[in-house]
Design a protein around this ligand. Structure first.
Ligand code: HEM
Ligand SMILES: *[C@@H]1O[C@H](CO)[C@@H](O)[C@H](O)[C@H]1NC(C)=O
Ligand SMILES: *[C@@H]1O[C@H](CO)[C@@H](O)[C@H](O)[C@H]1NC(C)=O
Ligand SMILES: *[C@@H]1O[C@H](CO)[C@@H](O)[C@H](O)[C@H]1NC(C)=O
Ligand SMILES: *[C@@H]1O[C@H](CO)[C@@H](O)[C@H](O)[C@H]1NC(C)=O
Ligand SMILES: *[C@@H]1O[C@H](CO)[C@@H](O)[C@H](O)[C@H]1NC(C)=O
Ligand SMILES: *[C@@H]1O[C@H](CO)[C@@H](O)[C@H](O)[C@H]1NC(C)=O
Ligand SMILES: *[C@@H]1O[C@H](CO)[C@@H](O)[C@H](O)[C@H]1NC(C)=O
Ligand SMILES: *[C@@H]1O[C@H](CO)[C@@H](O)[C@H](O)[C@H]1NC(C)=O
Ligand SMILES: *[C@@H]1O[C@H](CO)[C@@H](O)[C@H](O)[C@H]1NC(C)=O
Ligand SMILES: *[C@@H]1O[C@H](CO)[C@@H](O)[C@H](O)[C@H]1NC(C)=O
Ligand SMILES: *[C@@H]1O[C@H](CO)[C@@H](O)[C@H](O)[C@H]1NC(C)=O
Ligand SMILES: *[C@@H]1O[C@H](CO)[C@@H](O)[C@H](O)[C@H]1NC(C)=O
Length: 541
């Protein structure tokens, strides 16, 4: 199966072993969410937890704490032996339970919904949120794997509550696959952020104020909100104001019971700052990777070294192929690359696989320094190209050349030996596609156009469109893929024939993604992840 990618990415990477990255990959989108927080091209995934204490200017709220608590509550009812539950976003269906008190959960998913789509499940985004919040709060680097599948209904009850006894808590953690010292560590690592809110637990805080009673002393300044072991050391020093240790009513002092259940052995170990950081990295990684046995997680997602992005790959009005895109080059420390001393160009092979002699220069944009950065402070530099290709000879793959002008050193990147593949047998025509803004009976008219090369016009062309289906009481919509076959038109150009798919789109789903697929099975060519919002301003003729 060949896949080609516009405005993004996707597909199967070798599923086992530490395989070298091959473009495109089905994890390209989530890698973007991870690695492009800010800069020239950015998605802002860490904005809500930057700084660590940030709470969207709502009293008593700390987004980073809410994200970590949401991750735990979702995972808490995992049954390791049965292989059920875990980090699967089932908590979306469980918010009416008294074990899930508070607005933290909807707040968290409300933010994550901006990134949610067919390439990124709610549960993967939640796991990534735990990783991102922890790191942003100066906590450890937690390796992130993708592949979680969202539950479609509520799971069993059983998230620990503060008025339960420690045997109940120990047994709940054990069912989820965590022994006593794991439990102590996970609670301490979680309760290094945030605190107890009067609106949620007035019986613990003594009043129902919005304010938060912190798990550790020194509440409002940014540095004390950091991911450190104050919650541990203040407990061991008998100096804690943690409302789940020093609360006036012992019944709800669950942290006191949990922290002390092994005679303080684990807490003494966690009093060493380095041990605290490494233990938290391990236990929070295991927390987010506690998934149903039906889920296979990916390899750890590392920053991709050289990543191309296609912006336009389409027939233009002159009858040539616009070939426009960007190359993202990792320039973090250790790559020995300096943004100010790098030049990038492409070469490509024609449709038959023969190298052409053309050199396509990619230029470094100056806006925002032409760089982006993301999780773990990874840095990337951008290079943009725009050229036209002859449709009679086409393209099959390209190579990325990186040179260092000051030394003349040159390197060729060939995508693990394959070249970066492009299949010109189908060209999605964004400029001839449109979403009519008129709404009739809750629907809008959508037209999607694509040119299919003459030698493949007898194969089926399919539109796979994601519908966002609202669910009562659940903040994330369901995603349903609707397929429809394109019609062949009589329009011909440059050895291609125009195909169109027209359909009604429910207006609540106006901003969604679709793929255009030519052929079936081994012959499939996919133009992935096109966006209806990108064609909502086009005029439908
Ligand atoms: C015996 C197990 C646990 C109990 C009984 C418990 C109980 C609580 C309670 C009562 C709150 C206050 C919530 C509110 O006022 O909105 C809280 C907050 C919190 N919990 Fe836990 N917790 C447990 C384990 C964990 C674990 C394992 C984690 C994560 C690894 C975690 C992370 C958090 C965080 C980050 C907050 C602060 C939320 C905020 O400030 O918005 N908890 N917990
Ligand atoms: C899908 O397209 C959207 C908008 O065009 C873009 O932000 C996103 O990165 C793309 N995702 C993938 C998987 O390419
Ligand atoms: C709990 O599990 C951890 C991780 O598997 C292990 O290192 C530790 O020794 C165990 N602790 C106890 C008390 O069994
Ligand atoms: C309610 O509790 C909060 C947090 O402990 C505290 O800051 C506030 O002064 C209390 N308000 C009243 C009226 O007691
Ligand atoms: C554990 O530490 C707490 C807090 O310092 C203390 O109150 C408790 O007595 C300790 N438990 C043991 C068994 O030492
Ligand atoms: C804390 O209190 C416990 C029990 O009263 C005592 O054993 C321990 O030594 C105290 N720790 C400190 C640091 O004062
Ligand atoms: C302590 O908390 C428990 C559980 O919330 C409650 O049932 C009990 O009445 C409280 N005790 C006092 C003295 O307030
Ligand atoms: C068409 O070709 C002309 C002449 O080379 C050029 O000026 C124009 O920009 C081209 N238009 C497109 C859409 O590529
Ligand atoms: C990214 O760049 C910043 C600013 O130059 C630098 O402080 C940071 O160490 C870099 N990150 C990595 C991972 O190299
Ligand atoms: C085609 O060009 C690429 C990039 O320069 C090069 O690595 C490759 O060896 C060339 N292939 C042939 C058959 O010359
Ligand atoms: C969609 O187009 C059809 C045919 O042109 C028209 O009858 C219908 O009213 C349109 N529907 C909407 C929602 O615009
Ligand atoms: C969460 O959001 C859903 C959907 O908007 C809403 O129906 C539900 O009442 C909210 N739950 C809470 C606890 O805020
Ligand atoms: C793929 O294309 C080849 C060559 O046109 C054809 O023989 C084969 O049947 C096609 N396979 C499928 C699954 O359509």
């Amino acid at each position: 199966m060949k896949r080609l990618v516009l405005a993004g990415a996707v597909v199967l990477q070798a599923s086992s072993g530490l395989a070298e990255y091959v473009w495109p990959s089905k994890y390209d989108y989530i890698e973007d969410v991870m690695m492009l927080h800010s800069g020239y091209i950015h998605n802002g995934f860490s904005d809500a937890v930057n700084p660590c204490s940030f709470g969207t200017n709502v009293a008593g709220r700390q987004n980073a704490a809410e994200w970590v608590r949401t991750g735990y509550h979702d995972m808490a009812t995992h049954d390791a032996a049965a292989g059920t539950g875990g980090l699967d976003a089932s908590i979306l269906f469980e918010l009416d339970r008294d074990e899930n008190v508070g607005s933290a959960f909807n707040n968290t998913f409300g933010f994550l919904s901006n990134y949610y789509n067919i390439r990124a499940s709610s549960s993967d985004l939640l796991a990534l949120a735990v990783v991102t919040a922890t790191y942003r709060c100066n906590g450890p680097k937690i390796p992130f794997r993708a592949g979680r599948i969202d539950a479609t209904e509520a799971g069993p009850l059983g998230v620990p509550k503060p008025d339960e006894d420690v045997e109940t808590h120990t047994s709940r953690f054990a069912t989820a696959g965590f022994n006593t010292s794991d439990m102590i560590a996970m609670v301490a690592c979680g309760h290094t952020l945030g605190g107890v809110h009067g609106v949620d637990f007035p019986e613990i805080t003594g009043n129902s104020s919005e304010a938060q009673v912190s798990f550790f002393e020194g509440s409002s300044s940014d540095s004390s909100a950091d991911f450190d072991n104050a919650v541990v050391t203040q407990y061991l020093d008998n100096a804690t104001e943690n409302p789940l240790v020093a609360g006036g009513n012992d019944t709800t002092n669950s942290d006191k019971r949990v922290f002390g259940v092994d005679g303080n052995t684990t807490m003494h170990a966690l009093a060493d700052p380095a041990t605290f950081q490494s233990t938290c990295a391990d236990i929070l990684e295991r927390m987010i990777n506690a998934v149903p046995s039906s889920v296979t997680l990916s390899e750890v997602i590392d920053p991709i070294d050289i990543k191309p992005y296609m912006t336009t790959f389409a027939l233009n009005s002159n009858g040539t192929i616009d070939f426009v895109g960007r190359i993202r080059v990792r320039v973090s420390d250790g790559t020995n690359r300096n943004t100010n001393d790098l030049a990038v160009h492409l070469t490509y092979a024609d449709r038959d696989g023969t190298n052409t002699t053309t050199t396509i220069t990619a230029t470094h944009p100056s806006f925002q320094g032409g760089t982006s950065s993301g999780l773990f402070r990874e840095n990337f530099s951008w290079y943009e190209f725009a050229t036209v290709l002859d449709p009679s000879t086409g393209i099959s793959k390209f190579h990325v050349h990186i040179t260092t002008p000051s030394t003349g050193a040159a390197q060729v990147f060939d995508n693990a030996g394959n070249g970066f593949p492009l299949d010109d047998s189908i060209l999605y025509q964004q400029s001839q596609s449109c979403l009519d803004p008129t709404i009739v009976d809750g629907n809008m008219n959508l037209t999607v156009s694509a040119f299919v090369r003459n030698d493949r016009i007898d194969e089926v062309v399919t539109l796979n469109l994601v519908h966002k289906v609202p669910r009562q009481g659940v903040i994330m919509p369901a995603l349903e893929v609707h397929s429809q076959v394109f019609d062949k038109t009589s329009t011909e150009k440059s050895g291609y024939v125009l195909f169109q798919a027209k359909r009604l789109l429910p207006s609540e789903t106006w901003n969604t993604a679709f793929d255009v697929v030519l052929g079936e099975g081994d012959n499939e060519t996919i133009v992935e992840n096109q966006s209806t919002s990108a064609i909502s301003d086009n005029i439908c003729s």
